[in-house]
Design a protein around this ligand. Structure first.
Ligand code: SF4
Length: 200
């Protein structure tokens, strides 16, 4: 016990260092997302998060967008409690059999124009849960996905960059989706995919 206490005093925390609270690059990125959202929508962007079966790792990063460091709402972007108020569905995890219908109903309850972001490697293609008897697969197996955001999990900055890439790339009548890598920049649309959902 004494050795453990000594170790905790000598060694620092094992977590990554937190970002600087007044990070200028972060502020610029957030302001850019808000500016493009206002150009495209004429107002700010509303996001509804849907956990379709994730391990909650992706949720922790999404929640971080609302903490005091990232504070997404200062840029006008906000998470809403109902899909009826949302422009964007941010979906995490592989889609489990149990969540398939709920996800479809959430999508249909969201007014058009609407965009779907598949957040994390599991949402992209099932990730580590790919092939499980309990999973349908990635989000695109159920819904038309506009943005695939890779990472396990993607960081809050990657989420912001993904939102910006989505707003800059997809038109309201959009017929293509984009795939953003873990370290990709805002305009790095690396592949185009069919908008129609794949049904196995
Ligand atoms: S991508 Fe990683 S963090 Fe996100 S749900 Fe899958 S295993 Fe969890």
């Amino acid at each position: 016990m004494r050795r453990m206490l000594f170790k905790s005093l000598v060694h620092g925390p094992l977590t990554e260092p937190s970002p600087v609270a007044d990070d200028a690059a972060l502020a610029e990125l957030g302001a850019q997302v808000d500016r493009v959202a206002r150009q495209r929508l004429g107002r700010t962007l509303s996001i509804r998060q849907v956990d379709a079966g994730s391990c909650n790792g992706c949720e922790l990063e999404i929640h971080a967008l609302n903490n005091v460091l990232y504070d997404l709402e200062r840029f006008g972007l906000r998470f809403v409690a109902s899909p009826r108020h949302a422009d964007v569905l941010m979906v995490t995890g592989p889609v489990t059999m149990n969540m398939r219908e709920a996800l479809e109903r959430t999508y249909h309850a969201t007014p058009s124009p609407k965009w779907v972001i598949a957040v994390g490697d599991c949402a992209r293609d099932g990730g580590v849960f790919s092939g499980s008897y309990a999973c349908v697969g990635g989000v695109s197996a159920v819904l038309p996905v506009d943005l695939h955001l890779r990472g396990c999990p993607p960081s809050p900055i990657a989420l912001l960059k993904g939102l910006l890439a989505l707003l800059e790339t997809v038109q309201f009548s959009g017929n293509a989706s984009i795939d953003v890598g873990r370290t990709a920049g805002p305009s790095s649309a690396v592949s185009r995919r069919n908008k129609e959902p794949h049904r196995p």
